[in-house]
Structure formats: C-alpha cells, structure tokens
Design a binder for this molecule. Sequence first.
Ligand code: FE
Length: 247
Amino acid sequence: MIDTHCHILPGMDDGPRSMDAALRMAASAVRDGIQTIIATPHHTAKRYNNTARKIQRRVGLFNGKLKKHNIPLRILPGQEYRLTDSFRAEHRARRLQPLAGSSYLLVELPSRMIPGCLYEFFTYMKHHGIHPVIAHPERNLEIIDNPDQVLDWIENYGVRLQVTTQSLIGVFGRNVQETASYLCRKHWIHLVGSDAHNLSLRNFHFQEGYEAIKQMCGSSYLKMLQEHAAKLINGSTLASLHHHSSE
Ligand code: FE
C-alpha cells in the first residue's frame, strides 16, 4: 500500500521531533501494510518553511536511515502546501514540491473557510500544468456545509480530492466522517492518505480506513484508489488519474 499524505520526516513540522520517533513511525507503517510513503511536510502553514529542495535532501537522508535500520519502507518527496496568496511567488521560486515529483500538488485549505484566491489559484495551476490535490476536504467547514461545490473544481479545474483515513473512522467527529463518506460515495475522492503525524492521536489507521471505504463503496472503488496512488508515483502514467463519475 502507498500512503500519499504523511508527516514522517523528523524535525520539519508537527510530525516526529526526533529521528528515533520517525523510525518508530516507519516501522509501524510497515506493520500496517504500507510499502511507500509520500512525505508531505507542511509548507507556509504556521510559518513552516519546507521548500522542495529541503524536502528532497531530507528524504534522501531518511531513506538512508531506513536502509541502515532494515526497515522496508520507501519514502518519496511531497509537500502539504497551505494555500495563501503566495502561490505565484512559491511556484516561480520552485519552492513547491509536487507529490512524488508528479504534476499533482497537495494543497491544504484553512479548516474554517475557503480562501478568496481559490479560483485564481486553480486557474494559475491549470495554466502551469499542475493538478491541485485538496487534502482532507472533509475537514473544511464550508465543504461540510456544501460538499457539492467540489464537483466544479474536479470537472473544470482538474482538481483531485484526497480523503484522510482518520476522518473515515471518526477521529475528527461525526460531521467530518459523514462528509468523508458522502464524498467517497459520490466517487469524488481520488486518493487516500493517512495524514499521520505520530503513533498516538494521529496514527496511520490505514487498514481501518481502507475497510471503511470498501464497506461504503465496494472493493472495485478501493482498488481504483490504490491504482491512482500507484500511477501517481509512476511518472509515466500521470495523465491517467481520471475522474470517475458515480453515475
Ligand atoms: Fe497533513
């Protein structure tokens, strides 16, 4: 299994502080059946400054540590970019790190509202051949209020949505869980990520999250989500991360 959203690199954000803690997370991910993790440190959120270059360097170092400790896990570079109106400057300065070097950029919205620059951002990214992947849309209050608005993003701006396993199993409460299942049932979700930060309150919950999707939407939809993650890390077939309608 491939985890497309995880804060596992040590000392970069609100993930593990030490290398030891990061290695414990890695061992736990392997036990949960994960073989590949796209590391997605926060960038531009809470003054975190984790640029593409820094992330690539740290991923290299961490993969070396994993090998040394015989932990069979592969880490690929990614980033969780908090959407602000800095997106043009960030893109121009090459500070953004798409997921596994693909054309898909993981984007975090504020939890309460949708920023006014959203459509400008979508238009700019579309022009530059980048597909925004919205991290945990089910946790945004405006999306919880009106989840149907995401269809326009998907159909007209090439936006993709990533659900968090923790949301599916109820870690963030009932409204978030219900919105997560609504988006899955509509087949508007394209990727699954753990958004794991540690081994206590923000753990992987990968098997449980997958089981929840399987029960709600069936195993063929789950299989498609897994294929999307595989395509994402295989640069040659990126264009085929299609939108599948539920009808
Ligand atoms: Fe995250």
